[in-house]
Design a protein around this ligand. Structure first.
Ligand SMILES: *[C@@H]1O[C@H](CO)[C@@H](O)[C@H](O)[C@H]1NC(C)=O
Length: 390
């Protein structure tokens, strides 16, 4: 072989090696983490993150089996690569005493990252102490969200379990292109403010094959959620899937293009809900589809409530400015736990328009349920029971 040829092959080898290099593998144990459930491993996780984030090559952080105690921790970008994988075989546990967090809003938070994937893992938020405080009516901190992504893009969360969060389990805020799959959320049915997944100011968020049992909303969708897709979602206990509360502020981003496809609600307070404050606002909810939904013993299976004003306080004029339009309910079956299974209570100033009911069949105690409409317009097709009031 000629020298030139050898040189060429050597260069080719170097090139291939650097551009398709295996990910940098990091193990939190080698950064000092202890899988004993009681040693504070926060610094070790942060050190592993600093390596992964600083690496110019893709990096994988491995969290082996065992229980790792973590305080509130921020994993921030910008990073030098856009392929960080966090593979969790073990459990991350929050301090049992909620006062340790002081007033932190988040337990595990990612900010300004691009291309972070989390595979597996159990997050145990140890929320029961804070719930007891809140349920006793004492003055308590509002609590921390267990896992939060903000101002980030290209995020994948697969096979993660969140247990007993203090506040929300998972929050997606200001993000683009987020996929969540096979996520499990579990907290007591009477745990306060423990929304399963909250999405706001984010686009192209997908939630697939996930099961959420909690004390508040299964999925809550805040202002500025666009192109949100949820498929194969099981909810209950909890308050159901809720778009809103919207319209708390005068200037607010709208909710656009949200699909819920194939979902079951078991004993929840609501099924599919759109909710807005009875306050002036330029917000809106438009192009919403709820499709192939089974309700079992749900208190309010289908509901639009635009007259939300807790304690009748701070709602000047008591009319919602939020415009709700083009909402489709298609193939929704099952049982209501109350007589009124379909309730559209829209804004008197901006009535709901383009509501479509198609193949809806909801019963109450084996009899026809009722529908109630205020300022709601739209069409029906197929079998619709209770008889539409649109
Ligand atoms: C609506 O959102 C879905 C993803 O959830 C996307 O595929 C689709 O293109 C969006 N539709 C429009 C009109 O933007």
């Amino acid at each position: 072989m000629s020298t030139y040829r050898l040189l060429f092959l050597a260069l080719l080898f170097l090139f291939v090696n650097s551009s398709f290099a295996a990910a940098v593998e990091l193990n939190v144990i080698s950064f000092g983490a202890k899988a004993d459930g009681s040693t504070d491993s926060t610094k070790a996780f942060l050190a592993a993150w600093a390596h992964a984030c600083g690496s110019t090559k893709p990096a994988t952080i491995n969290v082996p089996k065992g229980t790792f105690l973590l305080r509130n921790v921020d994993f921030s970008g910008q990073c030098n690569n856009n392929a960080i994988t966090i593979r969790i075989d073990g459990t991350l546990v929050a301090p049992a005493d909620y006062r340790v967090f002081e007033n932190a809003n988040n337990w595990i938070s990612f900010q300004n990252v691009d291309g972070v994937s989390i595979f597996g893992g159990i997050l145990d938020g140890k929320g029961t102490g804070l719930w007891a405080c809140k349920n006793s009516g004492k003055d308590c901190p509002s609590g921390a969200t267990s896992l939060s992504f903000s101002n980030s893009k290209n995020v994948f969360i697969i096979g993660l379990t969140s247990l007993n969060s203090q506040m929300f389990h998972i929050v997606i805020n200001g993000c683009q292109n987020v996929k969540m799959q096979e996520v499990k959320v579990s907290a007591a049915g009477n745990s306060p403010n423990t929304d399963g997944i909250h999405v706001q100011l984010s686009s192209s968020v997908t939630i697939l094959n996930s099961r959420i049992q909690t004390g508040d909303d299964c999925v809550s969708i805040g202002p500025g959620a666009t192109n949100l897709w949820m498929e194969n979602i099981a909810c209950g206990p909890g308050h159901g899937i809720s778009i809103g509360s919207l319209g708390k502020d005068q200037n607010e981003a709208g909710v656009l293009n949200v699909t819920v496809k194939t979902a079951t609600f078991l004993g929840t307070q609501n099924g599919v809900r759109i909710k807005s404050w009875a306050r002036p606002s330029n917000g809106f909810a438009r192009n919403i589809v709820f499709q192939h939904v089974v309700m079992k013993n749900v208190q309010n299976p289908i509901v639009i409530d635009q007259n939300y004003c807790p304690g009748n306080k701070n709602c000047p004029g008591q009319v919602s400015g939020v415009k709700v339009s083009d909402v489709t309910y298609q193939d929704i079956h099952g049982t209501s736990a109350t007589e009124v299974a379909v309730k559209f209570d829209c804004s008197s100033k901006y009535p709901c328009t383009g509501i479509r009911l198609e193949d809806v069949k909801l019963t109450y105690k084996n009899e026809a349920a009722e529908a109630s409409c205020n300022h709601a317009g739209g069409t029906t097709s197929g079998v619709v029971k209770p008889t539409s009031c649109l």
